[in-house]
Design a protein around this ligand. Structure first.
Ligand SMILES: NC(=O)c1ccc[n+]([C@@H]2O[C@H](COP(=O)([O-])OP(=O)(O)OC[C@H]3O[C@@H](n4cnc5c(N)ncnc54)[C@H](OP(=O)(O)O)[C@@H]3O)[C@@H](O)[C@H]2O)c1
Length: 339
């Protein structure tokens, strides 16, 4: 099979398609013939050497796939060969075939395409967990979603729309604001040219919001915290501000790390605010929780309430261009790789 390797730390040019032996499913495992694989910002960070959990280079990354089961190991009764499934994987997804435990291969609804299937797991699980498990989003609340036109961002907008009366403020580059509105964001904000903190404050009559979803990090976490109403929660789940160019800069990293706020339990108590973090990869040992989230998401898909928005699809040979599109702020929704 072919797989996209990160051959060394660096820009998109370090990606290379290599031929490797097909993996063989062991007892209790199935093999998926991958038809589409999701590209996530963490893959970009891994390529740059900014993702602490990434496997040792040379490595194949990729957290999610959709495809057809083409071989099963001993003792597996379902899913059977030929089943259309989606699966989250802990790295190795940017490959022609992946092996997963049989119960990690989730049958896809018949009306779901492989592209949609590969765009669901990471983005929607992250948004769902952040909004509902951590943020306890409820009727009439106000939410600020950063990177609102990104993969997780659009998933969050669609999920906010499932709760009546939720007001959504979304930051994104100006060219993407029409899509934000289409996806249910009432207040798109061009955060690259405006002070979003002042804008949210003004739009809310000084009250701020109940929930902030922030994958920007650094000083933005301070702003998000300041924008919280009493009882509000800042959910941190990424640190894009570390990645300002195609390659890692230790100076940028040092500056950003210095701007990270330090929250004391006493301050949180005095302010009536909360701060929580989300790392899907570190929930790998909580399969019941993730499975329940995924079932809820598949239910919403069947009801037509969520629809993964695919930005673009690149062949494995074009993986560098796919990384560039995601990192270059060009994408709206999900970037995919196809073998
Ligand atoms: N903790 C977790 O479990 C978890 C799981 C999934 C994703 N995440 C995190 O969630 C974030 C979103 O992930 P995603 O895969 O959906 O990516 P994404 O949001 O689609 O990423 C691309 C978009 O991010 C925005 N952006 C903001 N700062 C950027 C920067 N410094 N460089 C490049 N783009 C920047 C750009 O849009 P605008 O210019 O329009 O803002 C760009 O189009 C990432 O930080 C990712 O690491 C975390």
């Amino acid at each position: 099979m072919r797989a996209v390797f990160i051959t060394r730390r660096g820009g998109p040019e370090v990606l290379e398609v290599r031929e490797v032996p097909d993996p063989v499913p062991g007892p209790g495992q199935v093999r998926i013939d991958v038809r589409a694989a999701g590209l996530n910002f963490a893959d970009v960070m891994a390529r740059m050497g900014l993702y602490p959990d990434a496997p040792k280079i040379p490595a194949v990354v990729g957290f999610e796939v959709a495809g057809e089961v083409d071989a099963v190991g001993a003792g597996v009764t379902a899913p059977a060969p030929g089943a259309r499934v989606l699966a989250g994987v802990r790295f190795g997804g940017h490959a022609g075939k992946v092996v997963v435990p049989a119960d990690h291969a989730i049958p896809m609804p018949v009306e779901m395409t492989f592209e949609q299937g590969a765009a669901l797991s990471v983005n929607y699980l992250t948004a769902y967990h952040s909004l509902f498990r951590i943020g306890r989003l409820s009727r009439g609340q106000a939410v600020l979603v950063h990177r609102a036109a990104g993969g997780v961002g659009i998933a969050a907008l669609q999920l906010c729309r499932t709760v009546p009366g939720v007001t959504v403020f979304g930051t994104a580059s100006a060219a993407k604001h029409a899509v934000l509105r289409e996806e249910g964001c009432q207040h798109p904000i061009d955060y690259r040219n405006r002070d979003y903190e002042a804008e949210v404050r003004q739009l809310t009559g000084g009250r701020g919001v109940d929930l902030v979803l922030d994958a920007l990090g650094g000083a933005d976490w301070k702003k998000g915290y300041r924008l919280l109403r009493p009882g509000g929660m800042l959910v941190t789940y990424g640190f894009a501000n570390l990645a300002t160019g195609p390659r890692r800069s230790l100076l940028v990293a040092a500056r950003q790390l210095l701007s990270v706020p330090r929250f004391s339990p006493i301050t949180l108590m005095e302010d009536n605010r909360g701060v929580a973090g989300v790392n899907l990869g570190h929930l790998w040992d909580e399969p019941e929780m993730l499975k329940a989230h995924l079932e809820a998401l598949l239910g919403l898909f069947r009801e037509g309430k969520i629809r993964p928005r695919v930005d673009s699809t690149f062949r494995f040979e074009e993986a560098g261009r796919a990384h560039q599109r995601l990192q270059g702020r060009e994408s709206v929704g999900k970037v995919l790789l196809v073998p």
